[in-house]
Design a protein around this ligand. Structure first.
Ligand code: AMP
Length: 187
């Protein structure tokens, strides 16, 4: 279940750093080079499958847009459903929304009201569906916090939040109301 240092390096080395994107001072962690590297992508997905196969999850929820890629691949491996947490205005059915602040202004994420079953329950009676939330990276944690609030609002249970990378120096996970697991911690 624990990644060996070699496996960690395979994944880390496959991620490309793009300085000053999308604005000066930001080092953008580009996961397209991880996805196009079959050894790195397979190493990562094997690790996530091993970690989460014993969690008895009902759904994986992925954050728009890179969380969709890892989340959908993992949901298929675990034989469970995938739910997209989307930016405002993209989902066609009745939604629940949550605003969060950015450095300048606000953004908003949405989820379908019945994404995890009626009242968030897919297990009959009303036992909340067990959900793993996933995204590629946590910086300030604002996006993931809003997404966990959405899972709460529709009545499901966010059992863990998983990131491929955590910018540890920003302490973003402190504001998140669920256990957090990061595959790679970046100082
Ligand atoms: P935050 O809400 O501050 O935790 O930001 C997380 C979201 O922004 C995630 O969906 C990331 O994909 C994206 N993001 C933030 N910083 C970076 C970065 N340095 N490189 C790549 N993606 C980033």
């Amino acid at each position: 279940m624990i990644l060996t240092p070699e496996e960690k390096n395979i994944i880390l080395d496959s991620i490309r750093n793009i300085p000053d994107f999308p604005k000066p001072g930001i080092i953008f962690k580009d996961i397209t080079t991880l996805l196009s590297n079959p050894t790195a992508f397979n190493t990562l997905m094997n690790h996530l499958e091993k970690r989460y196969k014993s969690y008895n999850l009902d759904f994986i929820a992925g954050i728009d847009a890179r969380g969709f890629i890892f989340g959908a691949a993992l949901a298929d491996r675990l034989g469970i459903g995938f739910v997209p947490v989307r930016k405002k205005g993209k989902l066609p059915y009745t939604t629940v929304a949550e605003k969060y602040s950015l450095e300048y202004g606000f953004d908003e994420v949405e989820i379908h009201i019945d994404a995890f079953g009626e009242n968030g329950c897919c297990r009959g009676e009303c036992t909340p569906s067990k959900v793993l939330l996933i995204d590629d990276l946590i910086a300030t944690g604002g996006t993931a916090k809003a997404a966990t609030n959405l899972i709460d609002k529709v009545g499901a249970d966010c059992v863990e939040v998983c990131f491929i990378m955590e910018l540890a120096f920003l302490n973003g996970k402190e504001g998140i109301n669920a256990p957090v697991y990061s595959v790679l911690e970046i100082d």
